[in-house]
Ligand binder design. Structure first.
Ligand code: F6R
Length: 589
């Protein structure tokens, strides 16, 4: 019924529907089940389709000439993917169109009330409720009707609405992102900056329970009181080239290869801030690392960094499990939340829990101005640039870079950490040569028809084994599992058969021998061992040589795994940028 998606609204000179369509194409990574656009001239014109928006030509929209349009690209969470459920949704009188991102937790109660008042629902979505709620109060003026409607919604939501009679565009947010973009002729409001980056870099971030009304100019209001609020217009440094695919066949490969620069950028943090936060970590009574998915593995890796480098125990917990540990939180606890998007609902909920206990919240985010950055006492930007591919690659190594620096800073050895990262960035540049890519492409082609792939690692390589398996699962749909190498003998080894591919991360560290023993145990059950290691070993049936990077080994090791996952997807004729059932920003619980 509900969706978590990309939404956009434009009030422009004459080509708003075209700008909306372009914006949706740039936000398709947020959802690609179905899409829709509403354009307002004297009447509303609505176009909705099931399927990907990337296949839609812009030309037919150019002639529309509308000044007001909204659009939506959907990633269904509960309801079916049908044309009826695709947004925009209209009021009964056809005067109001809305697009929505989030889940209206009290929609059943609202829908019942509206049906009793005579409203006719055309879809099975919670979102349609908003259009009818607005219609109820249209006599108070369109912006006020939107405000009253939005103030009744429970849950994390963002919406845009247009009206044919007042000719205004209104956007409101509470928990799901909305950003305003302005240039001389057009005004935009969207779930993410790349949606309008081609047209402007002057933006304003809406905060929770704020709304923007676009009439002749744009004005901002508090949703609960209706009072005006002042917003700062900020200039952002991202450029559209960074958000474009360029000559690459997919964003995924572009973003993997960008790690030749992004690690270096992530390492350029303000030293005073790093040392200040390191001091807080040392003083805190209980520090937690909180994140989800790939960022969750960065959090897990940070446990090893802090333990090994600074002799400090931090607890990593995935966002959705964090509330179970709230009893340990006090005002002296510290939470380090990690997120590429800064909009992941499970991570934000964990931060809410920490805030309620008055604990300090530090975050590591990639998207400037994101909810997480705004809700933290302090944040570090990973500066990876826009990550468009649904699966996370460069953001992960950037997160690891910042976490590594924090661990070194906590150990009083920040300069050592900085030079280690500089060396690692140089090693990554050398590693990512054509021969290396060709080798992984060839290896992937030979594995593309396998049903299962197992991945093992110990110590620093354990979270990397988990992340490698996640990457393979996400984009190639091959079943892959990561294990702590020592766990093999406790049951997992039963899965290994003749020819089963087993990836072993073997580094020049204290775990080398034990990991190799694990690899040999799998080999003696018929496993085909792929060693990702600085050194060759007779246990390996295939060897992917990586540089020796000491404590930064996880940053180096994950890259061949990302490439393997990418080439596996390509060999299986899948689109790695748009894996089935996934969306980039998981803004629902
Ligand atoms: C995996 C992936 C997801 C995200 C997770 C958290 O490739 O992309 O597992 O890592 O949804 O997202 P962020 O980092 O935006 O909080």
């Amino acid at each position: 019924m509900s969706s978590m998606c990309g939404i956009i609204g434009v009030k422009g000179k004459s080509n708003s529907s075209q700008l909306v369509l372009k914006g949706l194409k740039r936000m398709e990574y947020r959802g690609y089940d179905s899409w829709g656009i509403a354009m307002a001239n004297r009447k509303l014109k609505v176009v909705k389709e099931v399927g990907k928006i990337s296949d839609v030509a812009i030309r037919p929209f150019i002639i529309d000439g509308s000044q007001l349009a909204i659009g939506h690209t959907r990633w269904a969470t509960h309801g079916l993917v049908t044309k009826e459920n695709a947004h925009p949704h209209l009021s009964c009188n056809g005067e109001v169109a809305i697009v929505h991102n989030g889940i209206i937790e009290n929609y059943q109660e609202l829908k019942k009330e509206l049906i009793e008042k005579g409203h006719k629902f055309r879809s099975a979505t919670d979102s349609e409720t908003i259009a009818h709620l607005i219609e109820e109060n249209l006599n108070k003026g369109f912006p006020e009707a939107v405000r009253l409607a939005f103030s009744r919604l429970q849950g994390r939501n963002a919406m845009c609405a247009i009206s044919t009679s007042s000719h205004e565009l209104v956007g409101a947010r509470n928990g799901s992102p909305l950003i305003v973009g302005l240039n001389d002729t057009d005004a935009f409001i969207a779930s993410d900056i790349p949606a309008f980056l081609e047209n402007t870099r002057n933006i304003a971030y809406l905060d929770d329970l704020e709304m923007a009304v676009f009439d002749k100019s744009v004005k901002f209001f508090d949703v609960m009181t209706g009072k005006p609020v002042q917003k700062k217009i900020e200039h952002i440094s991202w450029n559209i080239e960074q958000a474009k695919k360029g000559d690459y066949p997919h964003y995924m490969i572009k973003e993997i290869l960008e790690q030749t620069q992004s690690i270096e950028r992530a390492a350029k943090q303000d030293k005073r801030q790093l040392l200040g936060i390191a001091k807080e970590i040392r003083k805190a009574k209980g520090s937690f690392l909180v994140a989800c998915g790939t960022s969750g593995y960065a959090a897990m890796e940070a446990q090893y960094f802090f333990s090994g480098i600074a002799g400090k125990h931090l607890n990593s917990v995935v966002g959705s499990e964090f509330s179970s540990f709230r009893h340990f939180l006090t005002p002296k606890s510290l939470i380090i939340a990690i997120s590429q998007s800064g909009e992941t609902a499970d991570t934000l909920e964990a931060v809410d829990v920490a805030r309620k206990m008055k604990s300090r919240v530090i975050s590591i985010v990639n998207v400037m101005g994101s909810s997480l950055a705004r809700q933290s006492d302090h944040f570090f930007l990973t500066n990876a640039g826009p990550e468009i591919c649904v699966c996370s690659t460069k953001a992960f190594t950037s997160q690891l870079s910042v976490l590594l620096l924090l661990a070194y800073a906590s150990a009083g050895k920040l300069s050592e950490g900085i030079s280690l990262l500089q060396d690692t960035a140089d090693q990554v540049k050398l590693m990512l040569n054509d021969g290396f890519l060709a080798k992984l492409r060839k290896l992937s082609a030979s594995l593309a028809q396998k049903d299962d792939i197992y991945v093992i690692g110990r110590g620093l390589n354990y979270p990397i084994a988990l992340e490698a398996a996640l990457k393979i699962k996400e984009v190639s749909y091959i079943h892959a599992e990561g294990f702590a190498a020592g766990e093999l003998k406790h049951g997992v080894i039963a899965l290994v058969e003749k020819g089963t591919p087993c990836i072993a991360f073997v580094s020049n560290d204290e775990h080398r021998q034990a990991t190799l023993s694990g690899a040999i145990e799998m080999k003696s059950r018929g496993g085909f061992i792929i060693g990702i290691s600085p050194e060759q070993d007779e246990a390996f049936d295939a060897w992917i040589p990586v540089p020796d990077a000491g404590n930064a080994q996880p940053l180096v090791n994950v890259i061949p795994a990302q490439l393997l996952a990418y080439y596996l997807a390509v060999a299986r004729h899948l689109d790695p940028d748009k894996p089935r059932n996934l969306a980039k920003s998981v803004t629902v619980k």
